[in-house]
Design a protein around this ligand. Structure first.
Ligand code: ADP
Ligand code: MG
Length: 230
């Protein structure tokens, strides 16, 4: 499903290049739910953005369903991302002047899916995430947890191979956080969605079956959650 091979990344500031990721290697199988842990600045978002094709690595490769995404042209990558990759942001990134349903339909508009089919898919997913009654409301009329549910529905509407989430519960209170984690675990179980979730929250790490931990841009742990290692 996903293979990360000898992945390294540096950000260039003028002539200086700051290494942020160092020779990262791992594979993720279809249907896995993986928590990506590490302290602030350890490189989690950079790794996630590279895997989601939002930027290109300095060296190494990322294969999704066998396709090396770092070799794709901008257009190929844009197309591949639309059909294979879902992304959930900490800040939801919903479009305020579109209804909840229109937000979820949007990725299908880019795929030229017919309006009736788009609407049916969006409503069905919104029902799955518990928002069947809110489809015609606007994002600003929803709570943070509900907005994140919309964003989760949107990430799934194209039936992606894998969904990446960058601190999806970072803006939510503890109770809402737990509800969102429950939802992601349920979607992983019932729909077999493969999730990679960046988080500081030990609750996510405890409940994902696999934890990958970064420290200073290196992979230092990969396995079942075994408690805090510091
Ligand atoms: P995390 O998500 O684990 O907090 P990041 O991947 O955001 O970590 O950042 C890792 C390191 O890379 C940090 O030192 C950060 O300052 C640096 N960094 C992130 N993005 C950029 C960028 N666009 N330009 C330069 N440095 C960056
Ligand atoms: Mg981050």
């Amino acid at each position: 499903m996903l293979a990360v091979n000898q992945l390294s990344h540096s950000f260039k500031n003028g002539v200086e290049a700051t290494p942020v990721l160092n020779e990262i290697d791992f594979h993720i199988a279809k249907g896995e739910m993986v928590a990506l842990l590490g302290s602030s600045g350890s490189g989690k978002s950079t790794l996630l953005n590279l895997m989601a094709g939002l930027m290109k690595p300095t060296t190494g490769s990322i294969l999704i369903d066998g396709s090396p995404i770092e070799k794709m042209s901008e257009n190929q990558l844009a197309e591949f991302r639309r059909s294979h990759i879902g992304f959930i942001f900490q800040s939801y990134e919903l479009i305020p002047h579109l209804t909840v349903r229109e937000n979820v339909e949007l990725p299908l508009v880019f795929q030229a899916v017919k309006p009736k089919e788009r609407r049916d898919k969006a409503v069905s997913l919104l029902t799955k995430v518990g928002l069947g009654e809110k489809t015609e409301m606007f994002p600003s009329q929803l709570s943070g947890g509900q907005q994140q549910r919309v964003s989760i529905a949107r990430s799934l509407v194209t039936e992606p191979a894998i969904v990446f989430a960058d601190e999806p519960t970072g803006n939510l209170d503890t109770k809402t956080e737990k509800e969102i984690i429950d939802l992601l675990i349920e979607l992983n179980g019932t729909l077999g969605i493969t999730f990679v979730i960046v988080t500081h929250e030990l609750e996510v790490a405890r409940r994902a079956r696999r934890v990958i931990q970064l420290r200073d841009g290196r992979l230092v742990e990969d396995g079942a959650w075994a408690g805090e290692t510091g």
